[in-house]
Design a protein around this ligand. Structure first.
Ligand code: PMP
Length: 368
């Protein structure tokens, strides 16, 4: 009999399913990479800002040295932007890293973490990866039920994950709902408010979560430069929290978790207001186009506040996989979400206008 390596909770992990790379689809379906449209990973369709490219090229001259483990300059920029001292900031190799760092810093094996059904897949991975117990509350209208989440907190609960907006469903929780939740959560329970898509919110939906951090010592706000800032490939995320939780997170993170190129690019991107505005505007327009197309095609969709939309492409449990394959054959990559328990749905990232049209046309054909 072969030996079983590792703890049972690691063996039970289901690996994260990433969006298919363009090169892989080109190989598998015999397509030309240049004709493939990827709307599968909620990336910024403009790619990386030019300001970041320039900063990175400069930083590339000195890659023989380790990065600044404390990322002094990047923290200065974030500190000014969010009006918090540097010792309220934790950097991550993407915000995915922040989620894992939080689980590792605040939860022991056997203790519990609360998150919602249909919420971001990494919450389950971060929970299981440390042998913690998941308490998953049922979603309401594909979004978080914050009342149920508050009630689900048990004596051994140490952490709650909330995504706002949520991925893959795109649902949004208003500021008053979140604040009411924060009031209810016992102060010894850490709340990670994951705002990966925050920059896509319209002005009337924006709220000051970083100001809540001053009021709630158990709140950690998580953000990323992968989406609106266009740096997904470089991996930069950050958390804002009071000094005590921030200190603990910084103890368990890898000392050099954000590399030199990523630090330089992030500093430039955070300053590039024009790029951010262009991205948000393109996203709002693309969203309206998707909604119009789904309504024409008679497809149900979940109103989205992110840079993607969840759309129902059939009533049987093979629908998502079937339509996904039909789209792949036409060179359009989207994200099937059967692993989320949503086998009748597909998640589509909002792209550039011509990419959105390619998807809509391919979807029309796929649905026959
Ligand atoms: N949170 C949510 C809700 C996300 O959708 C994602 C990206 N899929 C992340 C966090 C992590 O993104 P990153 O590690 O690139 O910052």
């Amino acid at each position: 009999m072969s030996h079983q390596y590792g703890p049972d909770y690691v063996r039970a992990l289901a690996p994260y399913q990433a969006g298919k790379p363009i090169a892989e689809v080109a190989r598998e379906f015999g397509l030309d990479e240049a004709n493939i449209v990827k709307l599968a990973s909620n990336e910024n369709p403009f790619g990386m800002p030019e300001s970041s490219q320039r900063a990175m090229a400069k930083a590339a001259a000195d890659l023989g040295r380790y990065p600044d483990a404390n990322a002094f300059e990047l923290k200065q920029v974030l500190s000014k932007r969010y009006d918090v001292p540097s010792d309220w900031i934790t950097l991550g190799n993407g915000s995915n890293d922040i989620l894992e760092i939080a689980a590792k810093a605040f939860v022991q094996k056997g203790e519990s973490i609360v998150y919602s059904q249909y919420s971001f897949a990494v919450y389950a991975l971060a929970t299981q990866g440390i042998g913690a117990r998941a308490i998953v509350t049922p979603a309401v209208d594909y979004g978080h039920d914050l009342d149920a989440m508050a009630e689900a907190i048990e004596a051994d609960t140490r952490l709650v994950f909330i995504a706002n907006p949520n991925n893959p469903t795109g649902t949004f929780l208003s500021a008053d709902k979140i604040e009411a939740f924060l009031e209810k959560v016992p102060p010894h329970v850490i709340v990670v408010l994951d705002e990966a898509y925050n920059e896509f919110l319209s002005a009337e939906n924006q709220y000051e979560s970083t100001a809540w951090v001053r009021k709630y010592p158990n709140l950690i706000v998580s953000r990323t430069l992968s989406k609106a800032y266009g740096l997904a490939g470089l991996r930069v995320g950050f958390a804002i929290a009071q000094p005590v939780p921030t200190d603990l997170m910084n103890r368990v993170r890898q000392p050099f978790n954000v590399n030199s190129l990523a630090q330089a690019a992030a500093i430039a991107a955070l300053d590039d207001r024009e790029f951010l505005e262009k991205s948000a505007k393109n996203n709002a327009e693309g969203y309206r186009r998707f909604v119009q197309a789904f309504e024409e095609l008679g497809l149900q969709y979940v109103p989205s506040y992110g840079n993607f939309v969840l759309v129902k492409v059939g009533d049987d449990d093979q629908a998502g996989a079937r339509v996904n394959l039909a789209l792949l054959k036409q060179g359009v990559i989207v994200r099937p979400v059967g692993n989320y328990g949503l086998p009748q749905w597909l998640r589509v990232s909002i792209g550039l206008p011509h990419e959105n049209e390619r998807f809509i046309e391919a979807l029309r054909k796929a649905l026959g």
